[in-house]
Design a protein around this ligand. Structure first.
Ligand code: NAP
Length: 273
């Protein structure tokens, strides 16, 4: 019964999200990493709906092709390339292709993040630590640095880092992942004044439990679903489009005096650091 009511409210939200009225990103160029599915795909679509030209990317060519075709069929200006964020050559190509296809870069949305294991902090081994920190933290840092030559040429450049509610309130069984997302809060804070000197804003988004493939284990079973929705004040899961709207705001000039912040998008789930 409760689940039916929740699904209805989620459906109502999705329906209303299909007509975007703002065009705040006309003339801008964006890269969204890990954007063939889930939150990244929704962000890419929303930025393009608001007028940006968007470079889609992820590890698998077939996924890139499918996402690009879908967004092009909606009349959006997108292109795509394969980019595993852990591969230096593919990151280099991502920036070069964005410049050659779209002429520059204004917005970097660094969204790729992984969680290969379900375990507590002390039950995880070194290999897991390295893998998660490599993609979730080091590659975010590298992408940020590598985007600078292009962003410095933009009139209103902005970086958005996708962190997590788990960065504020660690999830027991997502131990190392939670720590990696806390590190991103630090990365945003630590770089904001340096980047401000270059006229570049950097902000983060910390989603709660959002209905995507990655989060499935947190809501798949009846029991986990109940737990997930009961931890949120709004008593439902979030949808990727609800994260995308915040990304569009942070990337736009409406957020021109906001930097070094992380916006929590969690339906009111309690979180503190
Ligand atoms: P998702 O639906 O599972 O989508 C993952 C996307 O990432 C796919 O497009 C995948 O495509 C791509 N990808 C995976 N590894 C990659 C890599 N190494 N390099 C480039 N692309 C890669 O995941 P999601 O839930 O949207 O998560 C997106 C981000 O949001 C992550 O940083 C995650 O930590 C964060 N987040 C999610 C939630 C949630 O509840 N869903 C909550 C808080 C934070 P390929 O397979 O083709 O690479």
């Amino acid at each position: 019964m409760l689940r039916t009511a929740i699904n209805q409210s989620v459906r109502q939200f999705s329906a209303s999200a299909s007509s975007i009225k703002c065009h705040r990103l006309e003339g801008k160029v964006a890269i969204v990493t890990a954007s063939t599915e889930g939150i990244g795909f929704s962000i890419a679509r929303r930025l393009a709906q608001e007028g940006a030209k968007v470079m889609i990317s992820s590890r698998k060519e077939a996924n890139v092709k499918k996402a690009v075709e879908e967004l092009k069929s909606e009349g959006l200006q997108v292109a795509g390339t394969v980019c595993h964020v852990g591969k230096a050559e593919e990151r280099k190509n991502l920036f070069e292709k964005t410049k050659s296809d779209f002429g520059g870069l204004d917005i970097l949305v660094s969204n790729a993040g992984i969680n290969p294991v379900v375990s507590t902090v002390l039950d995880s081994d070194e290999e897991v630590w390295d893998k998660i920190f490599d993609i979730n933290v080091k590659c975010m840092y590298l992408l940020m640095k590598e985007s600078l030559p292009l962003l410095k040429c933009s009139k209103s450049p902005s970086i958005i880092i996708i962190s997590s509610l788990a960065g504020y309130q660690p999830f027991n069984l997502l131990g190392i992942y939670s720590i990696s997302k806390t590190a991103l809060l630090g990365l945003i804070k630590a770089t904001s004044s340096e980047l401000a000197n270059e006229g570049i804003r950097i902000n983060g988004i910390a989603p709660g439990i959002i209905k995507t493939k990655m989060a499935k284990m947190l809501y798949e079973s009846e029991e986990s679903h109940e737990f997930a929705i009961m931890s949120s004040s709004m008593r439902r899961l979030g949808m990727p489009d609800e994260v995308a709207g915040v990304a569009a705001f942070l990337a736009s000039d409406d957020a021109s005096y906001i930097t070094g912040e992380t916006v929590i998008v969690s339906g009111g789930t309690n979180a503190r650091l």
